[in-house]
Design a protein around this ligand. Structure first.
Ligand code: IPM
Ligand code: MG
Length: 368
């Protein structure tokens, strides 16, 4: 069996705790002979800054480029609030996304039946929800130049961020989204702000052209990102796949997360373009952050990171069966009434990170 090379970057805060549960899952898959993973570890974010004054080292970047996939925990925390902007923890993640060319960020928002009451939205609004947000990840205002703060000399400063998109960037993310829609319920909603932004005008135009040229069989609709956001909390089940830019995708995916019960449930995949062998650079990470307030307490929810690893099996290694088994194991454990603190519920048992990880492994063992 060919070895799959994984780089694990736990990062800061609860990152190491949730990553430990993924490591146990990897060991389990190896022991079962389902796959043969070789893992390496590296520092990123504040942890990397503490070790070598940069949010990711050249050595770790090289390891990420050599790996078949990167599994990422979370970065950031108040400890690093005053480090230089270029070395802030988030810069390590942004550098990975940009230098590995991972322009397509897939953020599924699925409401497990057992959690429909954990959402801040009504059960009937979220029960059975299964949507996919496709966020452009290497362009837009995150990376556009100029990006500056200048002193105007009159007691005023001027801050500039630049939102910029080229046709090819919109085309390639649109194709990823249309392809996904074809494998799902065949509906794509594109979101932008064409009523105030030139980048929104171009976004709308290019998505419309790609649809007319290559994906006429998929149902396409356009929504302005503000009312799209409203629709996400009003009637999220109207959506199948949503495609949007980097900044709107950042916001809309956090919003969609709450429909599922907790940010602690949401996985994500960041993918590059396929090479000549069909392989894509890939990074998998939970949508939640480093949660410094609960770090080190052993109470963080590991499900988003475990589900991200399931996405890794599916998208990087074509191990869809194993991915499905892990997703079923997560659903089983929730059905049994086990909850971490973020999704705790009356009549259910609140467990810690380790116990949740162990319960998912036990559920996998029962399936075998
Ligand atoms: C996310 C995060 C990141 C982002 C931060 C940590 C830079 O919020 O992945 O959604 O803004 O993209
Ligand atoms: Mg975010």
């Amino acid at each position: 069996m060919a070895a799959h090379k994984l780089l694990l970057l736990p990062g800061d805060g609860i990152g190491p705790e949730v990553m430990a549960e993924v490591q146990r899952l990897i060991d389990w898959l190896n022991a079962q002979g389902i796959a043969h993973f070789e893992t390496e570890h590296g520092l990123v974010g504040g942890a990397a800054y503490d070790a070598h004054k940069a949010s990711i080292s050249e050595d770790t970047m090289a390891k990420a480029k050599a790996a078949d996939a990167v599994i990422f925990g979370a970065v950031g925390g108040p400890k690093w609030d005053s480090v230089p902007y270029e070395a802030r923890p988030e810069a390590g993640l942004l550098r990975l996304r940009k230098e590995l060319g991972m322009f397509a960020n897939l953020r599924p928002a699925v409401c497990y039946p057992a959690l429909a009451d954990a959402s801040s939205l009504k059960r009937e609004v979220v029960e059975g929800l299964d949507i996919m947000i496709v966020r452009e990840l290497t362009g837009g205002v995150y990376f556009g130049e100029p990006k500056t703060i200048t002193d105007l000399g009159n007691g005023q400063k001027r801050a500039i961020d630049t939102q910029v998109y080229d046709t090819y960037e919109i085309e390639r993310i649109a194709r990823v989204a249309f392809d996904l829609a074809r494998k799902r319920r065949n509906k794509l909603t594109s979101m932008e702000k064409r009523n105030v932004m030139k980048s929104g005008v171009l976004w709308n135009e290019v998505v419309t052209q790609v649809h007319a040229r290559e994906y006429r069989d998929v149902q396409l609709e356009h929504q302005l990102a503000d009312s799209g956001g409203m629709n996400l909390v009003k009637s999220p089940k109207q959506f199948d796949v949503i495609v949007t830019d980097n900044l709107f995708g950042d916001m809309l995916s956090d919003e969609a997360a709450m429909a599922t019960g907790s940010l602690g449930m949401l996985p994500s995949a960041s993918l590059g373009a396929p090479d000549a062998h069909g392989r894509r650079r890939a990074l998998y990470e939970p949508v939640h952050g480093s949660a410094p307030d609960i770090a080190g307490k052993g109470i963080a929810n590991p499900i988003a990171t475990i589900a991200s690893f399931a996405m890794c099996l599916r998208y990087s290694f074509d191990l869809g069966d194993a991915a499905g088994r892990i997703e079923r194991a997560i659903a089983d454990v929730l059905d049994q009434g086990l909850r971490t603190a973020d999704i705790k519920q009356e009549g259910c048992r609140t467990v810690g990170t380790r116990e949740m990880g162990e319960a998912i492994l036990a559920a996998l063992d029962r399936q075998a």
